[in-house]
Ligand binder design. Structure first.
Ligand code: ADP
Ligand code: TRP
Length: 390
């Protein structure tokens, strides 16, 4: 096939993919790339959103498909010890993507300030998050690991974006909305949280943002804000695409609802193996008779088992569910065994890293220096575009 043929095929794929993304999400090899453009159009009609987002970024989209090496970016808040949901929904993707792509991963300490209001705890959590990511396989030779607040360009960019952010858009964002509906006090930090997140993404010309399902709304906001800025001031930002995983998108907790620190139903990645085992053994189960056949996909223990086990093991377990005549205690034991083994290497690596904190801090210094270089260029582009400075 000649180069022109290949270019034409890529162009056709890019056009079709873009068209699909405007109304729904794009499913690719077990992963979901969701732009969810079917969401709100904050300024003007869907047609104007189309003009803002579609036409100018066509050339870039074209290069997405030709270029297998993308800028992948994501952040994790240092708000407590990471759990299985964080790993399978977010961190695992970072690690998988670092080989083929240019990964920028950061610890979102500025975002954590909206909830962690103790300096010592925030500092410790930030270090812990770095140790966790490195132990789980983030490789600083391949990806850039840094702490969000070490790149002040991002906060300046937040202001530039804030001036074009409709209040109504932020009022609809779930973190603020949920708190307000519960009658809890919310501050401006929480309200404007998605704008800081948009700046995080846009500051590094990020193309792909791996996240758990609950963050997809924020990526849509980011696209909206970037689209508006580009529309008002000319092409400045790259519009990112969210990426979620099919099976890790919503990991259930020990009570069957979504695993989350806020629900107190988490299973931690690190920590004392015996107590984690106990937590698994306390997972809630239904009270149907043992002999009843059960649909595996409806059961949260099975969903947890599937995260770790090989396809053959998953098949055997599924057949056992459908046959009936088993006790949930055996499934819990299987989940405990398979998960313990899965995280064993990471646990050992973390212990090693804890003895080598100089290496960790050098890694974060180098990461911040690299991230700042990129962000400074993007900020300069944005400042010039909107008429700041000379
Ligand atoms: P938590 O809900 O425990 O506070 P965070 O909001 O800090 O977790 O989430 C950090 C990352 O992990 C996000 O990308 C989020 O989408 C992902 N994540 C959190 N919980 C889950 C879950 N149960 N299943 C899948 N992904 C999750
Ligand atoms: N809001 C994200 C979370 O709670 C963390 C985050 C901050 C992030 N900035 C980001 C994720 C930029 C992806 C891209 O999980």
């Amino acid at each position: 096939m000649g180069i022109m043929d290949r270019l034409l095929i890529h162009l056709a794929i890019a056009l079709l993919a873009r068209k699909a993304a405007l109304t729904t999400s794009l499913a690719a090899s077990g992963n979901r790339v969701a732009t969810a453009q079917n969401a709100r159009c904050t300024r003007g009609s869907r047609a104007s959103l189309f003009r803002q987002n579609y036409a100018p970024s066509l050339a870039r989209l074209f290069s997405y498909h030709l270029d297998s090496h993308m800028r992948v970016l994501s952040g994790i808040q240092p708000t407590g010890r990471p759990h299985w949901g964080n790993f399978f929904g977010a961190i695992r993707q970072y690690i998988d993507l670092q080989t083929e792509h240019d990964g920028f991963y950061f610890i979102a300490d500025l975002h954590a300030l909206t909830t962690v209001r103790d300096a010592k705890t925030l500092r410790q959590n930030t270090l812990d998050a770095a140790l966790d990511m490195l132990a789980l396989g983030l490789d600083p030779e391949k990806a850039t690991l840094f702490v969000q607040s070490r790149v002040p360009e991002v906060t300046e960019l937040t202001w530039l974006l804030m001036t074009g952010t409709p209040m109504g858009l932020l009022e609809r964002c779930h973190a603020y909305k949920d708190k307000k509906e519960k009658g809890l006090k919310a501050d401006a930090g929480l309200f404007t949280y998605p704008v800081l997140m948009a700046a995080d993404i846009l500051a590094y010309d990020s193309q792909l943002v791996p996240v758990g399902q609950d963050q997809v709304q924020h990526i849509e906001v980011c696209r909206d804000l970037a689209g508006t800025f580009n529309h008002e001031f000319g092409e400045t930002f790259i519009l990112p695409v969210a990426k979620t995983l099919e099976h890790g998108a919503k990991v259930p907790g020990t009570d069957g609802q979504k695993m989350s620190k806020s629900y107190n139903n988490t299973l931690p990645l690190f920590g004392d193996v015996k107590s984690i085992r106990k937590m698994i053994m306390r997972t809630t189960t239904d009270s149907r008779p043992m002999d009843d056949p059960k649909e595996p996909d409806d059961d949260h223990l099975f969903q947890l088992y599937r995260l770790f086990a090989s396809p053959a093991e998953v098949e055997t377990m599924a057949a056992m569910y459908r046959r009936g005549g088993f006790g949930y205690g055996d499934v819990k034991k299987a989940v405990a065994d398979v998960s313990e083994q899965y995280f064993q290497a990471a646990r050992e690596k973390r212990l090693e890293l804890e003895k080598n904190l100089d290496y960790v801090s050098q890694t974060l210094d180098a990461g911040a220096a690299k991230a700042r270089q990129v962000a400074a260029k993007v900020l300069d582009r944005a400042r010039k575009a909107c008429g700041l400075g000379a």
